[in-house]
Design a protein around this ligand. Structure first.
Ligand code: GLU
Length: 256
């Protein structure tokens, strides 16, 4: 299977923005194991801004663009250093790719992106993709990594997109506020009712929320790629997903 795994800031970092070491160690271990089993894995990793905030000891996620971009450039180094070190423990090689919305819309650049990812997979490396936050401006920004994950998954013809977040999946109502909220295991069609189940973002360092995840599900399923939202707090959940267990919320691709 060719799988794109999107890892959100809330999965990678504590609320301080500093790395959640035990979580990330376990994540890299499980992903290495899945790769050893023969799956092709591509990561779309957030966390650059969050980690930059932690490393620069900023009191909170900045609101202004220059500080956000500065934080991203510091945090991206930290992020790749961490992945490089942890995956190397299991003999895996990582590769960094930073893209913007403009790269995807530009035919040649998009082809180069696709060819590079495919070649990296042939070479048995793990491509780790993030938005090029330091140069992305309003006109070219993708803006959130849920959407980026869906764009990557559809561009490289993945079999599955897994979005790891700090929530178990899509609920009928906000589970933090409503005790009667029920987790939906399968979504066959993204109706208006499904869209109405989304709230804002809860995380203080990430960008997305349920809205961007539903948006990603629309892009992925329309292009024939199934998408799963699952809780990344225990990375073993990836084994359960690969065993076909009913965890998280699976959005079924439209058969076209
Ligand atoms: N590209 C951003 C970062 O690495 C994350 C965007 C998002 O949280 O969706 O910090």
């Amino acid at each position: 299977m060719r799988i794109v795994i999107k890892i959100g800031t809330s999965t990678l970092a504590h609320k301080t923005g500093r790395l959640n070491i035990s979580r990330v160690e376990k994540l890299c271990k499980v992903i290495s194991d899945l790769k050893n089993k023969g799956d092709e894995i591509i990561l779309v990793s957030s966390g650059a801004i969050g980690m930059g905030v932690g490393k620069l000891m900023l009191p909170k996620k900045p609101d202004d663009i220059p500080t956000k971009q500065a934080a991203a450039s510091v945090g991206q180094c930290e992020l790749m250093y961490t992945y490089d070190k942890l995956f190397a423990e299991y003999n895996h090689t990582v590769a960094q790719i930073l893209i913007t919305g403009e790269d995807i819309e530009h035919k040649d650049r998009c082809n180069n992106f696709k060819n590079t990812v495919c070649r990296l997979l042939e070479l048995n490396a793990i491509p780790i993709i993030n938005e090029n936050d330091t140069i992305a401006t309003n006109e070219i920004v993708i803006g959130d990594n849920d959407t980026l994950g869906a764009i990557v998954a559809t561009t490289i013809n993945a079999d599955l997109l897994i979005i790891l977040s700090d929530i178990d999946g899509l609920f009928t109502a906000d589970p933090h506020k409503d005790d009667n909220a029920v987790l939906l295991h399968t979504v066959k069609e993204i109706t208006k009712e499904i869209e109405d189940m989304t709230g804002g973002t809860d995380s203080n360092l990430g960008t997305g929320g349920m809205i961007t995840k539903i948006n990603a599900a629309k892009i992925a399923t329309k292009a024939g790629v199934d998408m799963i939202i699952a809780n990344g707090s225990n990375p073993d959940i990836l084994y359960e997903i690969m065993e076909g267990k009913d965890v998280g919320t699976r959005f079924i691709a439209g058969k076209i």
